[in-house]
Design a binder for this molecule. Structure first.
Ligand code: ZN
Length: 247
């Protein structure tokens, strides 16, 4: 079985270096890692790993809604330059989050710029959505035209249905196993729209750092709620991941 970790922050591990994680992931058949930036300061480092490990690291460039205070003038242009320089790059992590800031602006403005760049460069979007589902309502028509994932999905069935209706992908990390409706949600994602991720080092089991090698166990837990055997689900999700990242 092969896997792709569709959302990891290699730059955020304390105890391990990125090259360590990359080689450990390869050893447990996690073939690719989509490495998501959260601030502009991450872009250069992630671009460097993508150049050094072109088979393993797929870069994603963006600004996470928690870190908008790090923005400096001209960031949009510099993000566009990164996308030009890395034709395989995705856009993200971007999104909307009410848990840290109750105001929709300026996060909505920054999110809109990511959406515009996704359209201009025809790139997939890694979207973070926390307690902001009503804010997202305004974006479904635009998202329907794009390739996007709601990453580390851990919300309700109603929201899952909206993502699916808009043609989006749903990515599960370990956090979904803590959802009280885990079995129903895991069973409800259409097989061709499911992705797996760690969101590493975050979302680990029992508060520990998560690791790409945990994706096989996550796949087994999700498969237990569904008709497909784990190996078939893994193969399906692997194909979905390649289609999503456009390989
Ligand atoms: Zn993340």
């Amino acid at each position: 079985m092969y896997f792709i970790d569709t959302h990891i922050h290699l730059q955020a591990y304390n105890a391990k270096t990125a090259p360590q994680i990359i080689s450990e992931a390869a050893a447990c058949d996690v073939q690719k890692l989509v490495c998501a930036a959260v601030t502009e300061a991450d872009w250069q480092m992630i671009g460097g790993w993508a150049e050094k490990y072109p088979q393993a690291v797929v870069p994603a460039f963006g600004i996470h809604p928690w870190y908008l205070e790090t923005l400096s003038n001209g960031w949009q242009g510099r993000l566009a330059e990164q996308l030009e320089r890395f034709p395989q790059a995705l856009i993200g992590e971007t999104g909307l989050d009410r848990s840290r800031n109750p105001e929709p602006e300026p996060q909505a403005e920054v999110f809109r710029i990511h959406l515009e760049l996704a359209e201009q460069f025809d790139r997939p979007l890694l979207i973070h959505a926390v307690k902001a589902w009503d804010w997202l309502e305004a974006y479904w028509p635009q998202l329907r035209e794009r390739r996007f994932v709601i990453h580390s999905f851990n919300a309700r069935r109603e929201q899952l249905d909206k993502i699916i209706k808009a043609g989006g992908y749903v990515s599960f990390s370990n956090s979904i196993c803590r959802n009280r409706d885990f079995a129903a949600l895991a069973a409800a994602v259409p097989a061709e729209k499911l992705l797996f991720e760690t969101d590493g080092p975050f979302q680990g089991p029992e508060g520990k750092d998560s690791h790409p090698c945990q994706i096989a166990a996550l796949c087994a837990k999700v498969a237990a709620t569904r008709p497909e055997p784990a190996a078939d689900l893994a193969a399906r999700v692997y194909m979905n991941s390649l289609r999503f990242i456009n390989v």
